[in-house]
Design a binder for this molecule. Structure first.
Ligand code: PEP
Ligand code: MN
Length: 253
């Protein structure tokens, strides 16, 4: 079994942190250093972005992946990044430690099948309107290829209220934890869509049994090229990590 996947399975709480998108070399090196200091375990950063608008920043592509790798290597961190096109599989297998499937691609069965044939851990996010049954059926597409190094992630489902971007489904975290046998993560950033309540969503996810958190971090979120409104700063990340560890200790009540 892959060493990183093993560590995630053994760790009480794994923190994935980093920007929504890799924006520049300077930016990703700086964030890598700081999230490491803050106690995060894995560096995230999108290089191929699935933006709702074609006019929005689409990511740096292959160059972004290389920057993420170089920054992570400098600070001895594994990386996770999102694949959006099955034709990039070779690139991802060469450069990335954990391959993310974004919520828009949870239904992309050819992509899931191709990931099933790799030896990389696959981090599959739940579609924003997928039932848990549909979600677990998507997971089977990866399993069928022989790859069982799967990490699940609840990232919020679409509701009617625009006060938050999505609704973090804490019941889903608890159910997936009970029944799936895979590590279950939560992404409070895309659930909240706003920085101010990201800490509370982290805490509720951990209380519901999450094995890890994927959180968007930016040093200057007003200037972020994507998802700045939901990114936390480094000081907040530190506080969140500290508090989550305490919650983890008292979870089994
Ligand atoms: C992301 O993690 O940056 C992302 C785009 O997430 P999602 O697919 O959950 O929207
Ligand atoms: Mn994002």
């Amino acid at each position: 079994m892959n060493e990183i996947f093993n560590k995630i399975k053994q760790n009480d709480l794994t923190i994935i942190a980093g920007p929504c998108a890799v924006e520049s070399e300077q930016m990703i090196f700086s964030i890598a250093e700081k999230i490491k200091e803050a106690g995060a375990h894995i560096l995230r950063g999108g290089a191929f972005k699935m933006r709702t608008s074609v006019h929005d920043f689409q990511g740096l592509g292959k160059e972004g992946i290389k920057m993420l790798r170089a920054a992570a290597d400098k600070y001895n961190l594994p990386i996770i990044s999102e694949i959006v096109d099955v034709r990039d599989m070779e690139l991802f297998c060469e450069w990335v430690d954990i391959i993310q499937v974004g919520m828009r691609n949870m239904y992309n069965y050819p992509l899931l099948r191709a990931l099933g044939k790799t030896e990389k851990p696959v981090f599959i996010k739940r579609g924003m309107s997928a039932t848990l049954e549909e979600y677990l059926k998507a997971v089977e597409y990866v399993e069928q290829g022989g790859n069982r190094q799967i990490i699940l992630c609840e990232r919020g489902v679409r509701g009617f209220d625009v006060a938050t971007r999505n609704i973090l489904d804490v019941g889903a975290i608890a159910l997936l934890k009970k029944g799936s046998g895979y590590p279950v993560f939560a992404d409070p950033s895309h659930a909240a869509g706003r920085t101010d309540i990201v800490p509370q969503l982290c805490y509720s996810a951990v209380a519901a049994g999450a094995d890890g958190i994927s959180i968007e971090v930016h040093e200057n979120n007003e200037k972020a090229l994507s998802d700045g409104a939901q990114a936390v700063d480094i000081e907040t990340l530190k506080k969140i990590i500290k508090a989550m560890k305490k919650i983890k200790e008292i979870k089994e009540v």
